[in-house]
Design a protein around this ligand. Sequence first.
Ligand code: 13P
Length: 254
Amino acid sequence: MRNKIIAGNWKMNKDLSETKGLLNDLKTKVGAGLGGVQVIVCPPFTSLALAAELLKGSTIKLGAQNMYFEDEGAFTGEVSPKMLKSAGCEYVILGHSERRQIFGETNELINKKVKKALASGLLPIVCVGETLDEREKNITDQVVTSQVKGALREISSADMENIIIAYEPVWAIGTGKNATPQQAEDVHRLIRKLIGQMYNWTVAEKLIIQYGGSVKPDNAAELLKQSNIDGALVGGACLKADSFTQIIQSANVV
Ligand code: 13P
């Protein structure tokens, strides 16, 4: 049985004082009642060090939303894994569809980042997912398969223990239109099967596969009940302690 992992992707939201407000609120609401659920928050870069300070002594873990694949150098505007580690991060989201679509990230670049994150001791949350057009063309399976294979190229089975995959159908992100539990489960099963073929069944069975895309308090439980859905990557609903806590609680009961 895999434990559930609920991560909040704050995206480009929350300045320092808002970060403090949200995290203090979240700590109070979540309290010690996480059960077997692992909670991760991923604030913007500017809030990471403050978040690490505020989360001291809490079981909530810290993640970043992106990174570059070098430790330092002339890469204006980029942030390195070394910097993320020193700011207190344990996790890093890589290959989010907004990075792919708005900033042109390719599977090849994401693969470099995944390798570097692992080598740096960060745990990558690797995002995959099809667009509406791809779903309507019935090529979801091919798209997700090539994203998974591309992002995980030359990753060893030992390293797979340190990777989370997040399935986030692009058409469900920020639209209020979540995938149905069955639609999500189908793709999650496909991903697990693929990992079984690429590695072996032990690796596949251990893999945490999160669902992301309009996860809200009123649909989280149904999604999390599916046997291949091991958690959620939450956008909009993680920006308020109330709704994020409700999602965490629904993971605690399934
Ligand atoms: P929403 O929950 O706002 O749809 O965002 C999902 C997401 O992109 C998480 O990474």
